[in-house]
Design a protein around this ligand. Structure first.
Ligand code: NAG
Ligand code: NAG
Ligand code: NAG
Ligand code: NAG
Ligand code: NAG
Length: 490
């Protein structure tokens, strides 16, 4: 397997280079350049129905042909059927007023676990030969539709007792969208802002002083569990490694992320050695948004140039100016490329109808750099315009395979706030070639995040990212093509 792995990495890395180089090249040369890296096209039955060309097609092929095999436990104590069933039937045990969104995330968790359970790369025999081992504990379902104080420790005990875990802890991967699970904030004394690096010392001291079994977090995990799980890989909504190691504190502060909401969130050392970010990819599963194919033809056929609706109430962490910039000034609204649908909230049915009938969807940061809008737009077939400078540092998606620019148009917050209409109008002046490449990127990402989509690549991308995140290069932020700083007025 090792040989095959490195073969895959050799195959995919040049392509990564292509994606990276593409960004550095002047506009217009992109497609040409990428075509030099493509292989002769094979006929892939499913793919013909889906417009994936050039670099995207090449990448999709490489992923499909990758030799990964994984094992996934089916021990009922770990799979927690009861919590899953409760969640499916919306029988909630979650009584807190905060965290209502976890009731959405549980659908994402169950859909992705199901995809992993059903994929042909899953093996049932000789688990010790697997490239990685999936922990099927549905921690989100347990948290909102089970009994985390009971179920989580029992499920974890079953894992700890298993000889596979004892022998190969580093092969294990655990996925969750719960922001507080595996988030370094857990032991933070509230209202204390720490410089990066402070936390590890504090956490260790605390662990030593108080010994084991303190209070568990809302998912039922104790600090002792995190210590025990330190060598597994986690797939989380946030890239704690990049955020904590790459983004200097001063930049976080400048961006307003020192406000209380973000203080609670992700400062300090990650709990696990290896981790990768899924961002909010599950938002692409939202059934309230119709799943629309995107082609050059369907794009040109769309009525609205932009669609953006936001609530009237202020958003935390200084994001209200961002959120309202397009809405509150008549002058701005009128200067936008028409027709567009811009304003405060509208009727959901009408919003959905317009969403799939829109070319470009601004996705503007809220109380943290992450946004579900990108994935909803990908689902609806609307090209995202991302206004969130630190998104790639905070919550990239499949960062070994894709850059934000491959499936969206990122614009700087500063440029946007200065003249929102001008920034959007200029960003959406694309050549036909650029547009075709973007549409390919949107479709590629859609295949990677929607398991029910024809020729889905969810499991393939999940496997690739898991393996990539177990390489030390993944955490070398000086490498070209890893997370890039947004340039924030210095
Ligand atoms: C692509 O390859 C051709 C022939 O190998 C070469 O002439 C051309 O310069 C290459 N284009 C780029 C953008 O590298
Ligand atoms: C994690 O791996 C390191 C290095 O191999 C090892 O020293 C440590 O004991 C491991 N931790 C656990 C909890 O297994
Ligand atoms: C374009 O829109 C028209 C009218 O809305 C529709 O009938 C037609 O099927 C659309 N064509 C494409 C390629 O989406
Ligand atoms: C802005 O537009 C709204 C509705 O289109 C209108 O009611 C309002 O008077 C306008 N405000 C200004 C200052 O022009
Ligand atoms: C990180 O990557 C750079 C550039 O390739 C390399 O020079 C450096 O040695 C790497 N650092 C580590 C710790 O691997």
């Amino acid at each position: 397997m090792k040989k095959l792995e490195s073969a895959l990495i050799r195959l995919v890395l040049p392509l990564l280079g292509a994606f990276v180089a593409v960004q550095l090249l002047p506009r217009g040369i992109r497609l040409e350049h990428v075509e030099n890296h493509t292989q002769p096209e094979h006929h892939h039955h499913h793919e013909e129905e889906i417009p994936v060309k050039s670099s995207s097609r090449y990448l999709a092929q490489q992923l499909k042909e990758a030799p990964y095999r994984y094992y996934m436990y089916d021990d009922p104590v770990m799979t927690q059927k009861k919590a899953r069933d409760n969640a499916r039937n919306e029988k909630w045990t979650w009584t807190r007023s905060w965290g209502q969104r976890y009731k959405d995330y549980v659908k994402w968790e169950l859909a992705y676990l199901k995809a992993l359970e059903e994929h042909p790369w899953r093996i049932f025999d000789s688990p010790e030969t697997a490239d990685f081992i999936v922990i099927p504990i549905p921690i989100n379902a347990i948290s909102v539709a089970g009994d985390p104080k009971e179920d989580t420790p029992r499920a974890l005990e079953a894992l700890y007792q298993h000889e596979l875990f004892q022998k190969f802890p580093e092969k294990h991967v655990w996925m969750t969208f719960l922001e507080y699970a595996f988030a370094p904030r857990i032991n933070l004394p509230s209202r204390v802002i720490l410089e990066p690096g402070d936390l590890r010392g504090k956490r260790k001291r605390k662990r030593k002083q108080k010994g084991k079994k303190e209070k568990p977090d809302a998912a039922g995990l104790y600090m002792e569990d995190y210590a025990r799980l330190e060598n597994i890989t986690t797939a989380l909504p946030v890239d704690h490694h990049a955020w904590n190691h790459k983004v200097p504190y001063s930049i976080k502060e400048q961006q307003g992320w020192t406000c209380e909401e973000m203080q609670k969130f992700s400062w300090g050392e990650p709990f696990t050695k290896h981790s990768w970010s899924m961002s909010f990819m599950g938002a692409a599963l939202d059934l309230k948004t119709s799943l629309e194919p995107l082609t050059v033809e369907s794009f040109q056929n769309k009525t609205y140039h932009y669609l953006y609706h936001s609530r009237t109430t202020p958003s935390v962490c200084n994001s209200t100016p961002h959120r309202h910039a397009l809405i509150i000034s008549n002058q701005t609204r009128e200067a936008l490329h028409q027709p567009c649908s811009i304003g405060f909230d509208i009727d959901p049915a009408e919003w959905n109808r317009r969403f799939k009938d829109t070319k470009f969807c601004p996705c503007i940061r809220g109380d943290n750099p992450n946004t579900r809008c990108v994935f909803r737009s990908i689902r609806a077939g609307c090209i995202p315009i991302v206004v969130s400078d630190l998104l790639e540092d905070f919550a990239p998606v499949y960062k070994s395979l894709l850059r934000l620019k491959d499936y969206s148009i990122p614009i700087r917050e500063q440029d946007f706030l200065q003249d929102p209409a001008k920034a959007l109008n200029e960003a959406t002046k694309t050549t036909d070639e650029e547009l075709a490449i973007l549409i390919d990127g949107v479709n590629l990402l859609k295949r990677m995040v929607v398991p029910s989509y024809p020729a889905s690549l969810f499991v393939e991308a999940f496997a690739h990212e898991t393996m990539a995140s177990q390489q030390s290069d993944y955490y070398n932020y000086s490498l070209v093509g890893t997370v890039q700083y947004a340039s924030i007025g210095s």
